[in-house]
Unconditional design. Structure first.
Length: 299
C-alpha cells in the first residue's frame, strides 16, 4: 500500500469499510510525508453523506473525479474531511456481490490521473479478497470461542475473556450442573438431553448474557457476574432455581466470590464446583427419582 501510494504520487490512500449501523470507517490510511493524517476524522461517517459516490459506484468499478471542487458544488450534501481536495479516485470494494466499502485516492498527480485509475482497479480487487479472507478468519476465530449448539462461551472463550478482563472488583463465579441429564438421555434419547441442555443454557443467559455464560463441558456451566457480592449471588441462584422449576427443570448451583485479579482460574472453579456438588447432593437426597422435565409440558 505504501509503494502504491508513492507510485501514484498521491497525498492520501484510504480504505473505508462498511458497518452494520449504516456508517463507514476508515480502516487504513497512507499519506505523503507533507500531508496531514485524516484517519481520525473518518470514523463512523454516515453512508447517507456519501450517496453521490455510491450511486456512481453502482455502475462503475472505479470512479474518477478530476475536479472535486466542482463535484462538491454539484453535491453539497456530499462529505469528505475539511481538506483541500483537488481530485478523487474511488474503487468499489465488493465481496460475494455485496458492497463492503471503497478505496479513496486523494490528490493524485494530475499527469498520472487516468493511469492511477487502472492501478486502483487492480488494488481494489486485491483488497476485496484480503478483506474477505480477514473476515473469514475472524469469523472462524469467533466460532472457535463458542459452543456451537447454544452460542455461549466454551473453555477457549473463557480463557479469552479472562485474558482481556480489565476489572479488578469483586465477581461471583457460579457453577451449574443439570440434575437428571443421564436419566433423560436414557429414557428419551440424546436429542431430548440436548434440548434439556439448551433450555438450561437459555435460562442462564436470561440472567446474564452469552459473553458471561460458559459451557465447561457436558451439562456443566459457569456464570460470571462482575461486581456481584455474596448476597447478590445467593439471590441470583434462588431466582435461577425458581425459573428452572417453573419451566420444569432442575439445576444444581454453587458459587464463590473472588476479589481482584484472577491468578488461577482453576482454583476459583474448584471452589464453585464444591458448593455446586453440595447442592446437587441435597437435591438427590431429597428426590430419589430424578426427572428434570415436567412431563405435562413435553408430552
Amino acid at each position: 500500500m505504501d509503494e502504491i501510494g508513492k507510485n501514484l504520487q498521491a497525498e492520501h490512500l484510504l480504505v473505508f469499510e462498511e458497518r452494520a449501523d449504516g456508517t463507514v470507517c476508515c480502516t487504513y490510511e497512507w499519506y505523503a510525508a507533507d500531508s496531514p493524517a485524516l484517519k481520525n476524522e473518518l470514523q463512523s461517517v454516515l453512508m447517507s453523506r456519501l450517496v453521490p459516490l455510491y450511486r456512481m459506484l453502482e455502475t462503475n468499478k472505479v470512479v474518477m473525479i478530476a475536479d472535486y471542487p466542482s463535484f462538491s458544488q454539484e453535491h453539497p450534501d456530499f462529505w469528505l474531511p475539511g481538506y483541500e481536495i483537488r481530485n478523487v479516485i474511488s474503487g468499489h470494494l465488493v465481496n460475494a456481490g455485496g458492497s463492503v466499502g471503497f478505496t479513496l485516492v486523494l490528490n493524485a498527480y494530475e499527469e498520472n490521473f487516468h493511469q492511477a485509475g487502472y492501478i486502483l482497479s487492480t488494488l481494489t480487487d486485491f483488497l476485496s479478497v484480503m478483506i474477505q479472507n480477514r473476515n473469514n478468519i475472524s469469523e472462524a476465530l469467533a466460532r472457535s470461542l463458542r459452543d456451537p449448539m447454544m452460542g455461549v462461551l466454551n473453555r477457549a472463550g473463557l480463557a479469552k475473556y479472562l485474558s482481556t478482563r480489565k476489572r479488578q472488583e469483586t465477581a461471583a463465579f457460579i457453577s451449574g450442573d443439570i440434575n437428571g441429564l443421564k436419566e433423560e438421555n436414557d429414557r428419551h434419547g440424546h436429542l431430548s438431553g440436548d434440548h434439556l441442555i439448551c433450555s438450561i443454557s437459555d435460562i442462564l443467559v436470561s440472567f446474564a448474557d452469552k459473553d458471561h455464560v460458559i459451557r465447561m463441558g457436558g451439562d456443566e456451566f459457569l456464570m460470571i457476574k462482575e461486581g456481584m457480592d455474596d448476597a447478590g449471588a445467593r439471590d441470583l441462584i434462588q431466582r435461577i432455581k425458581n425459573t428452572s422449576q417453573t419451566e420444569g427443570y432442575s439445576i444444581a448451583l454453587g458459587y464463590t466470590i473472588h476479589s481482584g485479579s484472577i491468578g488461577n482460574m482453576d482454583d476459583i472453579v474448584r471452589k464453585a464446583d464444591r458448593a455446586m456438588y453440595e447442592d446437587k447432593g441435597h437435591y438427590y437426597h431429597r428426590r430419589r427419582s430424578d426427572s428434570p422435565f415436567d412431563r405435562r409440558k413435553h408430552e
